[in-house]
Design a protein around this ligand. Sequence first.
Ligand SMILES: *[C@@H]1O[C@H](CO)[C@@H](O)[C@H](O)[C@H]1NC(C)=O
Ligand SMILES: *[C@@H]1O[C@H](CO)[C@@H](O)[C@H](O)[C@H]1NC(C)=O
Ligand SMILES: *[C@@H]1O[C@H](CO)[C@@H](O)[C@H](O)[C@H]1NC(C)=O
Ligand SMILES: *[C@@H]1O[C@H](CO)[C@@H](O)[C@H](O)[C@H]1NC(C)=O
Ligand SMILES: [Zn+2]
Length: 300
Amino acid sequence: MRLSLRLCIASVIVLTQLVHGALCWGKDGHYTVCKIAEGYFEEETVAAVKKLLPESAEGDLASVCSWPDEIKRFSEWDWTSALHYVNTPDYRCNYEYCRDCHDSHKQKDVCVTGAIFNYTKQLMTASDNLHTLVHSYNLTEALMFLSHYMGDIHQPLHTGFPGDLGGNTIILNWYHNQTNLHRVWDNMIIETALKTYYNSSLPLMIQSLEAKLTNRWSHKVQSWESCKHKQTACPNQYASESIKLACKYAYRNATPGTTLGDEYFLSRLPVLEKRLAQGGIRLAATLNRIFSAKPKLSSA
Ligand SMILES: *[C@@H]1O[C@H](CO)[C@@H](O)[C@H](O)[C@H]1NC(C)=O
Ligand SMILES: *[C@@H]1O[C@H](CO)[C@@H](O)[C@H](O)[C@H]1NC(C)=O
Ligand SMILES: *[C@@H]1O[C@H](CO)[C@@H](O)[C@H](O)[C@H]1NC(C)=O
Ligand SMILES: *[C@@H]1O[C@H](CO)[C@@H](O)[C@H](O)[C@H]1NC(C)=O
Ligand SMILES: [Zn+2]
């Protein structure tokens, strides 16, 4: 009896993680965030990132920013699937680290904000004492995880309600196709924008966001970059923003069975574009704080 109950609970947990972890900001979203970030790297950051990247990246961080999604289906990486999101209480529309950052076993710090703190700390420690360092962490992995999770945390529904698994169980239509709300925000809005405005070219969309960063958003960039209290990374702030945007834009008018079309697409696209841009700016700012303050890693 006890064993079967435990097995049952275990399988529910596994299923939950499979469903929730099934998707992330699609490849295009992560590529965009990292590509925008690269344009804002300081010199020391360029050098340190280059040094840490795996060979397969051929010097381009953006090309490995989906790596944490690719590995999480393998059993040895199973433990990372809870690091892609954080659940906040249903309908409350707020986020608190101590209350919310845990996995389904109530294991503390196992969530996207905890992971960002974790990998920031690993990279900081390494750049502090490169010469005396006992390599207890794989810093190539730390860089790829940090870059990926900084993207995820800017996707509003990666800070979502547990009751619908961040929109994964809200089945609805995106124009003529059946999908779920989480997927709409990971992939569909971006795909539709690419087809509608950018001749299906991701580089064109990235260029357009970069242009907005130097025009429409130029006076905002500095405030996006900054963290309170001289912190190196401040993911809690981004999670709070995300759940507010999830409530105000993602969940609104997107109940099960509805058909989302032009009205939803046109009003949500600006929100999503801004999140991609903020993700890029903040990833760069965080890496700059990690590496530029401690130039040893790059000059070693
Ligand atoms: C921190 O990173 C290490 C190395 O990847 C990992 O073993 C640990 O589970 C991580 N902890 C969190 C909370 O992400
Ligand atoms: C670090 O991690 C990467 C990606 O998982 C792997 O290819 C590489 O072999 C690891 N390096 C070490 C020294 O373990
Ligand atoms: C619907 O799905 C088809 C087949 O996967 C795809 O080609 C099409 O672009 C999708 N339409 C929208 C609006 O996403
Ligand atoms: C759109 O892309 C296609 C190839 O993908 C290219 O042949 C065409 O010239 C592009 N159109 C414009 C207006 O850039
Ligand atoms: Zn992810």
